[in-house]
Write a protein that binds this ligand. Structure first.
Ligand code: NHR
Ligand code: GAR
Length: 214
């Protein structure tokens, strides 16, 4: 059984998807938020998962916040720490401490659009394919080894909200899958790339033309 600690900042729908997946080899030991008002905390409490808040506004520096956050996390002896809509950039020391056991979901097809406001930037860039990426976290923001990605088409009627909704549906599919692979001990990182032990998942992807029917 692998102990998993999930970090959230808001709604927590990815955390909810991971909890609902009821992964046999994964125990969700705690949900920790940096915001006391995060909506996801009530879902976690209702499911009898230990909930904690480490409020970043109470700390004078990023390092002080990260040290308090790490202490709260380590009390649960995690095998894996999952960032699920967690919105604070983490210091190099924090990332180093959790090397190989810290995962994030990012709402774009990395390496495109690292950072914030990914759906708006994808629309501005005119990409025809957008999506989400689960990756291991390294010190360089949104640059760590990729575990799984899912793509969605961008269509002419899309705005930021519709695109975010399409991508979020895929996030809820791929994040539990990535956590399951980790919990089953099937992931390893070699030369900066993720290897999956056992059968590969079949991948099917169409192409999305530039001409949309209006
Ligand atoms: N930390 C490191 N070192 N490396 C990564 O890859 C990280 C990370 C921390 C969070 C998630 C990430 C995302 O998926 C993530 C990956 C927050 C920001 C940000 O700029 C950027 C990327 C991500 C999360 N946050 C602002 C900050 O000053 C605060 C924004 C807010 O509070 O709303 O930290 O996109
Ligand atoms: C998700 O789309 C996640 O990919 C994104 O925020 C949303 C959180 O939703 N993460 C980031 O933008 C990280 N900077 P959730 O709280 O319902 O899981």
């Amino acid at each position: 059984m692998k102990n998993i600690v999930i970090l959230i900042s808001g709604r927590g729908s990815n955390m909810e998807a991971i909890v609902r997946a009821a992964i046999p080899s994964a125990h969700i030991a705690a949900v920790i938020s940096n915001r006391p008002t995060a909506g996801g905390l009530s879902f976690a409490a209702e499911h009898d998962i230990a909930c904690e808040v480490v409020d970043h506004t109470a700390y004078g520096s990023r390092e002080a916040f990260d040290a308090a956050l790490a202490a709260a996390i380590d009390a649960h002896e995690p095998d894996l720490v999952v960032l699920a809509g967690f919105m604070r950039v983490l210091s190099d020391g924090f990332v180093e401490h959790y090397a190989g056991r810290l995962m994030n979901i990012h709402p774009s097809l990395l390496p495109s659009f690292p950072g914030l406001h990914t759906h708006r930037r994808a629309l501005e860039a005119g990409v025809r394919i957008h999506g989400a990426t689960v990756h291991f976290v390294t010190a360089t923001l949104d640059c760590g080894p990729i575990v799984i990605q899912a793509a969605v088409p961008v269509t002419s009627g899309d705005d930021e909200a519709s695109l975010a909704a399409k991508v979020l549906r895929e996030e809820h599919r791929i994040y539990p899958q990535a956590v399951r692979w980790f919990a089953e001990g099937r992931l390893r990182v070699e030369d900066g790339r993720v290897k999956l032990a056992g059968a590969d998942v079949p991948a099917v992807l169409g192409c999305v033309p530039a001409i949309d029917a209006d």
